[in-house]
Design a protein around this ligand. Structure first.
Ligand SMILES: *[C@@H]1O[C@H](CO)[C@@H](O)[C@H](O)[C@H]1NC(C)=O
Ligand SMILES: *[C@@H]1O[C@H](CO)[C@@H](O)[C@H](O)[C@H]1NC(C)=O
Ligand SMILES: *[C@@H]1O[C@H](CO)[C@@H](O)[C@H](O)[C@H]1NC(C)=O
Ligand SMILES: *[C@@H]1O[C@H](CO)[C@@H](O)[C@H](O)[C@H]1NC(C)=O
Length: 483
């Protein structure tokens, strides 16, 4: 996470590139919705002309509605978390998920032919961070295991081009052990960073979530992700996003359009139909920035807006950073796509909105007035119900010495219908310049024997929201000394 400081600086330097091409943001969301509505109406009209059978007395099977193809893989999805050392929840029932460390170990153990990892940076050892922490053990173990695998099977790593000052020992070790490494020069390509964090193993198992390849992400930073086992349809699709990074690592320029083999059938309109834990589900992967999206790929921002739009009763959001601005652009630019959507659904559909945002030593104070503004959309009599809380991961004096740790780094959203697990902070840069990706899962709880991903994320959110670590943010909150 240290590197985000660098991100800040580098984008400051590159900031000029971003000004000219953007129209004012305010009407954009409205325009996008209007365009979407027009396109939908047109598509429906064409569809009705072309397929008169749909309106006949036989209900059309969903496949004739051109849903994404279905897949019969026995996909098993597991919500995984890193809970920072010493953090205790007294929620009932307790929500215990396997750790991300366990998930990574099991992916390593499953691997037979290939491991592809996309990541921001690598600091899995005490040496990398100049610390001598016993809790670096988990990260060091993962590095050791991956180095061992690198000698035996295909290990490919796409990583954001490290700056001179960043530790590169992990990458050198992996490369010396036989891994293929490509650096993606996001600074040159989009003035952003490669912020994605995911694994694709044997083209059939995946991990995606907020955890960086950083020992602190296993024991000192609060993280959330999912592992999906035995799911080649989904893994093949995530593999295409990996191949795009891999390609960019070599070509250092963005194809436009992308060759057709990068395109996907699965998106928000035609998701992949697949059983997850024996429950029917529609899923798709979204990606950012827009220039990295081949034909058919839903842009990450569009997936967030559409998930919000689809919510009927609640939207719970847990993200580290939330800003209706382009965080790193100069001159400053307001960016309200997400903020407007939240206010709109809260007002038009009376959807209950909860935001759980992180608060730590590096939190920018500029976030608070905007969050207070959102939280002011609260008036029970008018059924306006947006609430904001700040989550603080406490630190002992010893833990305080660990640089860039002790923070809630989750990036997910859960609504009454959908689970969204992402890798991006929520400010404009992450959607316009930064490479990120997300998994969107739509499951019908009533058909499920096991808890759905949606219900598990909801439980995680509620546990954190009502824990001792979260503090309501209102107009009158005095934040002095809180984070
Ligand atoms: C999100 O933003 C914060 C503050 O800019 C930064 O410290 C953090 O590293 C970012 N997230 C990730 C995964 O880098
Ligand atoms: C994946 O499928 C294989 C073969 O059917 C099975 O042995 C294995 O237990 C499955 N893995 C998981 C994590 O469910
Ligand atoms: C598409 O084909 C090109 C050229 O063979 C290859 O480099 C690239 O990895 C392929 N992309 C995917 C997603 O497989
Ligand atoms: C979730 O699935 C339902 C039923 O298939 C569908 O009506 C709805 O539009 C989907 N929601 C999203 C956000 O994709």
């Amino acid at each position: 996470m240290k590197t985000d400081i660098a991100y800040d600086q580098l984008v400051n330097v590159e900031g000029r590139k971003q000004d000219d091409k953007k129209a004012p943001m305010y009407p954009r969301c409205v325009l996008a919705l209007a365009t979407l509505a027009t396109v939908l109406l047109a598509a429906m009209a064409v569809y009705n002309l072309l397929s008169p059978g749909v309106t006949s007395s036989h209900p059309a099977p969903s496949s004739s509605l051109r849903k994404g193809e279905s897949c019969s893989d026995p996909c098993k999805i597991v919500v995984v978390e890193s809970i920072p050392e010493g953090l205790k929840f007294n929620s009932t029932p307790p929500t215990a998920h396997p750790s991300i460390f366990q998930a990574w170990l099991s992916l390593v153990a499953e691997a037979r032919s290939s491991v592809d990892i996309a990541s921001f940076y690598w600091t899995l050892t005490n040496k990398d961070t100049g610390t001598s922490e016993p809790t670096a053990y988990q990260g060091e173990t993962i590095l050791k295991e991956l180095a061992e695998l690198s000698g035996k099977l295909s290990v490919r790593i796409a990583v954001n081009t490290p700056q001179q000052s960043q530790p590169q020992d992990d990458l050198s070790l992996l490369s010396d052990s036989g891994a293929d490494i490509r650096t993606v020069n996001m600074r040159e390509l989009t003035s952003g960073v490669l912020h994605t964090k995911f694994w694709v193993v044997d083209k059939k198992h995946i991990f995606i979530g907020s955890a960086n390849m950083d020992w602190r992400s296993l024991t000192q930073v609060k993280e959330l992700g999912v592992v999906v086992y035995n799911c080649s349809c989904l893994a093949a699709d995530l593999g295409k996003i990996f191949e795009a990074y891999w390609f960019l690592g070599e070509s250092q320029s963005i194809p436009s359009p992308w060759p057709t083999n990068f395109s996907t059938l699965y998106n928000k309109d035609t998701p992949l139909q697949v059983p997850l834990n024996n429950t029917p589900a529609s899923v798709y992967l979204s990606s950012s920035p827009p220039s990295f999206c081949a034909a058919g790929r839903t842009q990450d921002l569009q997936s967030i807006l559409s998930v919000m739009d689809d919510a009927q009763s609640f939207i719970y959001i847990a993200v580290m950073n939330y800003l209706p601005t382009m965080e790193f652009s100069h001159p400053k630019r307001y960016w309200a796509d997400i903020d407007t959507q939240l206010r709109r659904v809260a007002y038009e559909k009376r959807v209950k909105v909860r935001l759980l945002i992180s608060c730590w030593a590096s939190t920018q104070p500029v976030m608070f007035p905007f969050l207070k503004s959102l939280a002011s959309v609260y008036e029970p009599k008018s059924k306006l119900d947006i609430q904001v809380r700040l989550f603080v991961v406490p630190a002992s004096p010893k833990q305080e010495e660990i640089p860039f740790a002790r923070v809630n780094h989750n990036k997910y959203m859960v609504t009454d219908k959908i689970a969204y697990i992402g890798t991006s902070n929520w400010s404009g840069d992450y959607f316009e310049h930064t490479a990120g990706s997300a998994l969107v899962v739509n499951q019908t709880a009533s058909q499920s024997l096991e808890p759905t991903v949606q219900s598990q994320l909801k439980a995680v959110f509620e546990r954190d929201w009502s824990s001792d670590y979260s503090t309501p943010l209102t107009q009158h909150s005095n934040l002095k000394g809180l984070c």
